[in-house]
Design a protein around this ligand. Structure first.
Ligand SMILES: Cc1cc2nc3c(=O)[nH]c(=O)nc-3n(C[C@H](O)[C@H](O)[C@H](O)COP(=O)(O)OP(=O)(O)OC[C@H]3O[C@@H](n4cnc5c(N)ncnc54)[C@H](O)[C@@H]3O)c2cc1C
Length: 359
């Protein structure tokens, strides 16, 4: 079959970190590739603003100039439960950087590598090996890759049936200007606040701002953000104090629900998937971005392999860390004792972090 001249040989659907790094790798290998991204400019996304040391190393190795992005270095973890807190160094230096800034930089990188980037291009459905855009245009590349993150495309939806996934969590994300003393206190740290029904992460990002990302069970979120704020004031006094003293930078936080944590693609047919389309690791590990980036790079490297073989290789890459993260989440969420052990010996958190890494 010959590729549609408008789209070239390879089409990557979705321009998050997985799609951008896949398109960059394909283009660098001399393949003609078009990336289709529905947003027509930078947007705020949930969440991925803790860019782990592995993710940073992968991007630097691929030639992305992370230092030019002005993110905040993070090399300490502080765990907070009620009025208690414990700190430990992280195994490496992570970067606090907004998706608003990072995703644009990665798309620019893919473009510089030779990929054609189509912005404002919403893929409505896949019909076999044909792409149908929202405006009705139909396109047929030789090879199709799916990198649409948590959003499924009609005709190629993921199937978590038969898998042990957690879907009853709702995520919120908000950028903040913290009070000066809180900003100093948080410098170089990510703070994880244990909540009875989830957790919250607070970290610095670029330009002195902070990112709050939290996950709670859906019953806590039924009354929206107001209800969540009331809940935080009851169960997380330290975090509540930081929020009260600071200033929210959006009127309403971004929210996401029904994330299939623990999902790993086992599809035998259809397009090869990367990033969250391939696997969804629990976000408390701070490893989703590394998986997205690594799977995009790996997929480009094995693009010459037949699709079933490529699918299997990618599946094997992510299966173990995602499974271990699901196990750790269950232990930490349900076992007060396990959490107390981490508070008493914070180095356990570092050991746990090693278990969920892809490499
Ligand atoms: C609450 C929460 C907190 C998290 N925190 C962290 C963290 O701190 N650190 C970390 O490493 N990971 C974190 N993660 C995970 C991380 O955000 C994801 O693993 C990562 O974003 C996956 O990247 P991706 O490229 O696969 O998908 P995405 O980043 O979701 O990108 C998908 C892209 O596809 C585009 N798209 C979607 N549908 C279409 C369509 N039909 N047509 C065209 N384009 C389309 C979207 O616009 C988007 O640009 C978190 C996840 C959650 C839910």
């Amino acid at each position: 079959m010959t590729a549609d001249a408008r789209i070239g040989d390879h089409a990557v659907i979705g321009g998050g970190p997985a799609g951008a790094m896949l398109a960059a790798g394909l283009a660098r290998a001399g393949r003609s590739v078009t990336l289709l991204e529905r947003s027509d400019g930078p947007v705020h996304k949930i969440c991925g603003e803790f860019l782990s040391w592995e993710a940073c190393a992968l991007l630097r190795r691929e030639g992305v100039d992370l230092d030019a992005l002005g993110g905040a270095a993070i090399d300490r973890l502080r765990i907070v439960a009620g009025n208690r807190s414990a700190g430990t160094p992280l195994p490496g230096t992570a970067l606090g950087i907004s998706r608003y800034r990072l995703d644009e930089a990665l798309l620019t990188h893919a473009g510089r590598c030779g990929a054609t980037i189509w912005r404002g291009t919403h893929v409505r459905a896949l019909e076999g090996d044909m792409i149908r855009l929202a405006d009705g245009t139909r396109l047929r590349p030789n090879r199709l890759w799916l990198a649409t993150g948590k959003a499924d495309v009609r005709g190629a939806a993921r199937d978590p049936a038969g898998q042990k996934v957690t879907r009853d969590l709702v995520g919120f994300k908000l950028h903040l200007d913290l009070a000066a003393a809180d900003r100093r206190d948080l410098a170089r740290s990510i703070e994880l606040h244990r909540l009875p029904d989830g957790y919250a992460g607070l970290q610095p990002i670029e330009e002195g701002r902070a990112n709050l990302c939290l996950l709670v069970r859906d019953e806590v979120a039924v009354d929206g953000w107001e209800g969540v704020r009331a809940y935080l004031s009851r169960v997380a006094p330290a975090l509540d104090g930081r929020l009260r003293r600071g200033r929210a930078l959006y009127d309403q936080p971004l929210a996401i629900s029904r994330v299939p944590y623990g999902y790993v693609d086992r599809g035998a047919a259809g397009p090869v998937r990367v990033g969250d389309q391939l696997a969804v690791i629990h976000s408390f590990t701070g490893d989703g971005m590394a998986i997205a980036i690594a799977s995009g790079i790996a997929a480009a490297a094995i693009a010459a392999n037949p699709e079933p073989a490529a699918r299997k290789q990618l599946h094997n890459m992510v299966r173990k860390p995602v499974g271990r993260a699901a196990f750790l989440y269950a232990v930490l969420a349900n076992g007060g004792m396990a959490f107390n052990a981490v508070m008493t010996v914070p180095a356990l958190a570092r050991m746990a972090a090693h278990l969920t890494r892809i490499a």
